[in-house]
Design a protein around this ligand. Structure first.
Ligand SMILES: C[S@@+](CC[C@H](N)C(=O)[O-])C[C@H]1O[C@@H](n2cnc3c(N)ncnc32)[C@H](O)[C@@H]1O
Length: 222
């Protein structure tokens, strides 16, 4: 497959439709993807991902309609995917329609709170085997840190871990600053024209797993 240009990807994003015309700057389409993405930074990100080696097993935290999950996989090969979403987004009902269109094998779908101990139990069999993560769930400082501590337990060293809204949402920007100081994460790319899509490499250098305080309160160094 020839690599599409950023312009071709941008055009495809607009054609797939957003979640909210005024907020995202391109129209909602009734049978579309309900993307919650800025055209400029998301096309740059998808173009970057289209040039990465395939993922064998990925996790998405916070899928809403699942439009992003589908769109990315049209350009970036992901063999298997784990889905986690609390299921409360007003457009989550589109996931039922979009899910069969996603080019991946969905090996686990958890509609629940990513911070719950019961969710962690279901995910632990995949510990240190996940090579790609897209984290876009709870946008609070505590909630995103809890998700990142979970990622530290699940990701394989060398994995790519993507965070959305690390520019626009102050709590996510705070986590972004902490990640820059972490020995376990290296910033690979930062696509910012509006919300901020940051791409990190999980190094696993510290070799330490998460503690109960990390998981329960989001406390501690990432
Ligand atoms: C901003 S939306 C995700 C948008 C989507 N990634 C996209 O690009 O179109 C955030 C999603 O995270 C989910 N969410 C929020 N808190 C969560 C939690 N604690 N556990 C799991 N999902 C959560 C919401 O239900 C919502 O679907």
């Amino acid at each position: 497959m020839t690599t599409p240009t950023k312009e071709e990807i941008a055009e495809a994003i607009r054609n797939c439709g957003s979640d909210h015309a005024e907020m995202f700057g391109y129209p909602v389409k009734e049978d579309g993807l309900y993307l919650q993405q800025d055209v400029g930074e998301y096309s740059d990100f998808v173009h970057f991902m289209s040039q990465q080696p395939p993922s064998r097993l990925a996790i998405e935290i916070g899928v809403a309609s699942g439009g992003q999950t589908k769109f990315l996989r049209d350009y970036y090969q992901v063999d298997k995917t784990i889905i986690v979403d609390i299921g409360l987004h007003p457009n989550h009902h589109h996931w039922k329609r979009i899910k069969p269109l996603v080019k991946t094998d969905i090996v686990l779908e958890i509609i629940d709170d990513s911070h719950a101990a019961r969710v962690r139990e279901k995910l632990l069999p995949y510990a240190r085997t996940i090579d790609f993560a897209f984290v876009d769930g709870d946008h609070s400082y505590k909630g995103l840190k809890q998700d990142m501590f979970l990622m530290k337990d699940l990701l394989k060293p060398g994995a790519l871990c993507v965070l959305h809204d690390t520019h626009e949402v102050p709590d996510c920007a705070r986590v972004f600053e902490e990640l820059k100081k972490s020995e376990d994460f290296e910033l690979v790319e930062n696509f910012v024209s509006r919300f901020g899509i940051s791409v990190w490499r999980y190094t696993g250098k510290s070799g330490s797993g998460s503690t109960w305080l990390n998981r329960r309160f989001g406390w501690g160094k990432l």
